[in-house]
Design a protein around this ligand. Structure first.
Ligand code: NDP
Length: 335
């Protein structure tokens, strides 16, 4: 049984030494428990927050404990009435190859309806985040311009495609020409803009001749700087993530105080800027699963997975996620 624990808290960007890879015996299930063999581990940006003690909506992982994470697993032994060996389940077992569960929070998956790894991506937490955040807070209308950052990723790719399904114009922001080509050619975005281009802000302005009605924020940093002047009166900004800042651990940046000017713009343009954590909308999960499965079936919702082989490669893959090295939903094939 391989497991990856938090060795120490990162200073800035995580490095390999912040993780510890160890071998421990496979645990044995007690009465009422199941033994899970982890098949897929989801790597997600929120895990950077769990490595830090900075104030957050969730508790950090303790030093020496297994890194947290969503997983798809197979029941290999069962002392639980509701599960039998061979069942495939969605669990939150973390970065390890075997785990015990008392059954709470496990959801059975049907391998015949969708590839099981999609329960971590397009049909899982990231897809749901896109759906709930865009439709509840963003509320795109036909003909409006929706801009999304980290657009080729797990959340952003779904945001842009749902915007199109709702009749809006989808503008994706991504890092590099390959990701931009993918947005236009594979996912049907109307325009894709490369945030690494030297004239990114001008390109974004040209891509949004009628301004921006909805900006789905995943990134912050220089991307938000370019977006902000283009927001229309009554624009909606679901604030989903700020990945460009996750390695800053909440420290304030030096520089002039820009908050008064920013707030003046929020006021004068009647902007709605609204943060959210997806669990807030969990009552929408069933409608999401129904809608998303239907859109995948009729070809309107596509997805791309970036699959890394082997649990021991999870730390490097996770470090890469915070630098944009992944291309699509990042998943580790554990077994
Ligand atoms: P992605 O699959 O989109 O991967 C992260 C991407 O972010 C990278 O591929 C890269 O894309 C971009 N990126 C990374 N670092 C930077 C940087 N410094 N500047 C600009 N772009 C960067 O991840 P997810 O789809 O899983 O997550 C997207 C966002 O959604 C994250 O901020 C995450 O925290 C948030 N989230 C929030 C939830 C909530 O409940 N509020 C739930 C789930 C996710 P590129 O190469 O295109 O720049």
């Amino acid at each position: 049984n391989t497991r990856i624990t938090l060795a120490r808290r990162p200073q800035g960007a995580p490095v390999a030494e912040d993780f510890h890879i160890e071998q421990v015996p496979v645990p044995q299930p007690s009465e009422g428990e199941v033994l899970l063999k982890i098949l897929h581990l989801s790597l997600d940006p929120y895990m950077r927050g769990r490595m830090s003690t900075a104030k957050s909506y969730a508790k950090p992982v303790e030093i020496g404990n297994v890194m947290e994470g969503g997983t798809v697993a197979e029941v290999v032994r069962s002392n639980h009435a509701d599960f039998k060996p061979g069942d495939i389940v969605l669990s939150h077992s973390g970065w390890q190859s075997y785990a015990l569960s008392d059954g709470k929070g496990l959801r059975k998956l049907d391998p015949d309806t969708a590839p099981i790894s999609t329960a971590l991506g397009v049909l899982g937490m990231p897809g749901f985040t896109a759906y709930a955040g865009l439709l509840t807070i963003g509320q795109p209308k036909p003909g409006e311009t929706v801009v999304v950052a980290a657009a080729s990723g797990a959340v952003g790719s779904v945001v842009g495609q749902i915007a199109r399904i709702k009749g809006a114009r989808a503008v994706g922001i991504a890092g590099g020409p390959d990701k931009c080509a993918f947005l236009r050619e594979e996912l049907g975005f109307d325009v894709a803009v490369d945030h690494r281009a030297p004239d990114f802000a001008e390109q974004l302005k040209a891509a949004c001749p009628n301004g921006i009605d909805v900006y789905f924020e995943n990134v912050g940093g220089h991307v938000f700087e370019a977006v902000f002047p283009l927001l229309n009166t009554y624009a909606r900004v679901p604030v989903c993530g700020l990945i460009a800042h996750y390695n800053q651990d909440g420290q304030a940046q030096d520089g002039p105080d820009r908050l008064p000017g920013f707030m003046r713009q929020v006021l004068s343009r009647s902007l709605q800027i609204r943060g959210f954590i997806q669990t807030e909308f969990s009552d929408q999960r069933d409608t999401f699963l129904k809608d998303a499965a239907g859109w995948i079936a009729d070809g309107r919702l596509r997805y791309r997975e970036d699959v890394v082989e082997g649990l021991e490669n999870a730390p490097q893959a996770f470090i890469g996620l915070l630098e944009g090295r992944n291309f699509g939903k990042l998943v580790v094939k554990v077994a």
